[in-house]
Design a protein around this ligand. Structure first.
Ligand code: 2U9
Length: 370
């Protein structure tokens, strides 16, 4: 009985596997019954014809028929099946039947299906390396929602009501929120700091956490900006945390990440949620701090020999006010925090000059990091 494409009712991986195997076996069997050029032509058309070929029927019946939740699995399985059938049809030739193999199923002379093993994404690789340094220092990893409220993303982080970061040119707000009170309005988080507030609401001090995650800003994409990028923030709160603890901790972390020879440099800065605040620079890990690469300028550090890695500071007591009832009394506890952009560090680390390459999904670019 010639093979016909069955209508699938069960789209479980096992059922898809079985249906695909039956199809492949049928195609192999028929490929061995080709005795003439005419046979070969009708065999090819029967399987490959754009109009009503078996592969076309499979598309129609199996893909279009797939329930939404099975679409992806079905899609993947059908693509593999198509690749396999195409191989068999292309390998088919006019035979004298003697080639009929004893064991019906596997024609081991045919090439196997190459299953490309993916590689860890360079940004996630960099993120995991940084998180691991702080985990080794006893920090735990916290995560939280990407869709946040104005309260957790701004208000609880001591952003004054009219702070520019609040307006649309920097922040992607969820539409249709106008009727809600400001603090309940939903937005795409612009930093992972809201997770620290949510964590302090749940866990009493002392606390040591690092928060990796995606953040969103209303930035037009260019070689160094992406509306979606990755951050890692950290927070340490206890009874007597000092700026010295911040400097010691971050100096250790930078040496663990970029090599024990790097030096660190803290420059005064400002953030709404920390006071005092600083930017942390490390000696350029590309030119070693000379500002020169070969006889040319070191562009990553703009010939300064220093690279800005992160922002940091002592948690502003105003921020603790929002979590005071859970033991974060600013008179009794103090803390430091820091935040860094991961994609930028991955660009420097891998010498990539366009952040868009990270998000275009071009396997030729990504498989370099395998
Ligand atoms: C709480 C208290 C303080 C987190 C901090 C920074 C400094 C910082 C930037 C780095 C590069 C954002 O991705 S970036 O553009 N972040 O410089 N972030 S201190 O401070 C906090 C967070 C939470 C409760």
């Amino acid at each position: 009985m010639a093979y016909t494409v069955p209508k699938l009712t069960d789209y479980s991986p096992a059922s898809l596997e079985k249906a695909a195997a039956e199809c492949i076996a049928a195609c192999q069997t028929e490929s061995r019954e080709v005795r003439s050029d005419a046979d070969l032509k009708s065999f090819r058309d029967r399987w490959m014809a754009r109009k009503n070929g078996i592969l076309t029927q499979i598309n129609g019946l199996w893909l279009k028929g797939a329930p939404k939740e099975a679409k992806r699995e079905a899609g993947m399985r059908v693509n593999q099946l198509k690749a396999r059938i195409t191989e068999i049809v292309e390998a088919a030739h006019v035979g004298d039947g003697t080639a009929a193999l004893t064991s019906e199923s596997a024609d081991i002379s045919l090439p196997g299906i190459r299953r490309p093993i993916g590689a860890e994404h360079p940004v996630i690789k960099t993120q995991n390396e940084i998180v691991a340094v702080f985990q080794r220092l006893g920090y735990s990893v916290a995560e939280g929602p990407v869709v946040e409220t104005d309260y957790y993303n701004f208000e609880a982080l001591n952003f004054p009501p009219n702070h520019p970061a609040r307006d649309t040119q920097d922040t992607l707000f969820i539409a249709g929120q106008e009727s809600k009170p400001q603090r309940e309005r939903l937005l795409l988080r612009t930093h992972t700091s809201p997770v620290q507030i949510r964590t302090m609401e749940k866990m009493r001090p002392p606390i040591r956490i690092v928060i990796p995650g995606k953040v969103h800003r209303n930035d037009p994409p260019d070689a160094s900006h992406s509306p979606m990028f990755h951050q890692i923030e950290g927070l340490a709160v206890d009874t007597d945390i000092t700026f010295g603890d911040l400097k010691g901790t971050l100096d250790h972390a930078m040496k663990a990440l970029f090599g024990s020879s790097v030096k660190t440099h803290f420059r005064p800065s400002f953030f709404p949620f920390t006071e005092p605040s600083a930017e942390l620079y490390v000696t350029c890990f590309i030119c070693g701090g000379s500002g020169k690469r070969g006889d040319g300028p070191c562009r990553p550090c703009k010939q300064t020999g220093w690279i800005e890695v992160l922002g940091c500071g002592m948690v502003d007591p105003n921020v603790f006010e929002f979590v005071k009832d859970n033991g974060y009394d600013p008179k009794r506890v103090s803390g430091f925090a820091f935040g860094m952009g991961v994609d930028r560090l991955a660009l420097l680390k891998y010498g990539v000059d366009d952040i868009q390459l990270f998000f275009q999904g071009d396997v030729r670019f990504l498989e370099q990091f395998g």
